[in-house]
Design a protein around this ligand. Structure first.
Ligand SMILES: N[C@@H](CCC(=O)N[C@@H](CS)C(=O)NCC(=O)O)C(=O)O
Length: 206
């Protein structure tokens, strides 16, 4: 039995849902965190002392942290495809997962928060602008990376595309003006057509 604990509006939960769907794995997901609560109970904190979602449970094995979960699932269930066996290929996948968590998601966080979660009359335009400027640097880099590759690390889809794809979905659906990024838009179109991406792509920003 496989369970995902976490609300689908969370980008970190989306990574795990997309990963399971991509791999064709069965699971039950329960809404935890945000307006649903349930992540401050002793039972949840015993699974993840940080009180954050997602948490994966698989036959008694418990694992929090979205990127760690994606790496685990892909290494266990994709036979070297989404988490390559070759150390060099794997390091490139890992590198883009790190970039996602340490650069792109932090850059877009304030714009997401202000434009989606803050009431219009309380929004801080300067905060949005600063976040947009940082995000534009990230998308320029990603667009350049995608200029001569179908996916982030090459011609095959990997774990990096799941996590980067979740953030690209968020960025391209924020109600703000963006620079044209033709390679990024082509990439997003490609990701959108994947059956594994359906639940995440259908998820409005909330
Ligand atoms: N590094 C963690 C971050 C997890 C995280 O920040 N989760 C947020 C949702 S995106 C959360 O649990 N917030 C509290 C809540 O939803 O109640 C991961 O990648 O899993």
């Amino acid at each position: 039995m496989r369970k995902i604990l976490g609300r689908l509006s969370s980008i970190n939960v989306q990574k795990v849902v997309w990963c399971c769907d991509e791999l064709g794995l069965d699971y039950e997901r329960s809404d935890v965190g945000g307006k649903f609560g349930g992540n401050d109970t002793p039972a949840f904190l015993a699974k993840n002392p940080t009180g954050l979602v997602p948490v994966l449970e698989e036959d008694g094995f418990v694992l929090p942290e979205s990127n760690a979960i994606v790496r685990y699932l892909c290494s266990r269930h994709s036979a070297g495809k989404l988490w390559p066996d070759d150390p060099h290929a794997r390091a490139q996948v890992d590198r883009w997962m790190e970039w996602l968590s340490t650069s792109f998601v932090p850059a877009q966080r304030d714009a997401f928060w202000e434009l989606i979660r803050v009431a219009p009359e309380k929004r801080n335009a300067a905060t949005v602008d600063a976040s947009r400027a940082k995000s534009e640097k990230c998308t320029a880099a990603l667009d350049a990376q995608l200029a001569n590759r179908r996916y982030v690390t090459g011609e095959t889809f990997t774990a990096a595309d799941i996590v980067v794809g979740c953030a690209v979905h968020r960025w391209l659906n924020l109600p703000l003006e963006r620079s044209a990024r033709p390679n990024l838009e082509r990439y997003y179109g490609d990701l959108r057509s994947r059956p594994g991406a359906r639940q995440v792509i259908a998820q409005p920003l909330t």
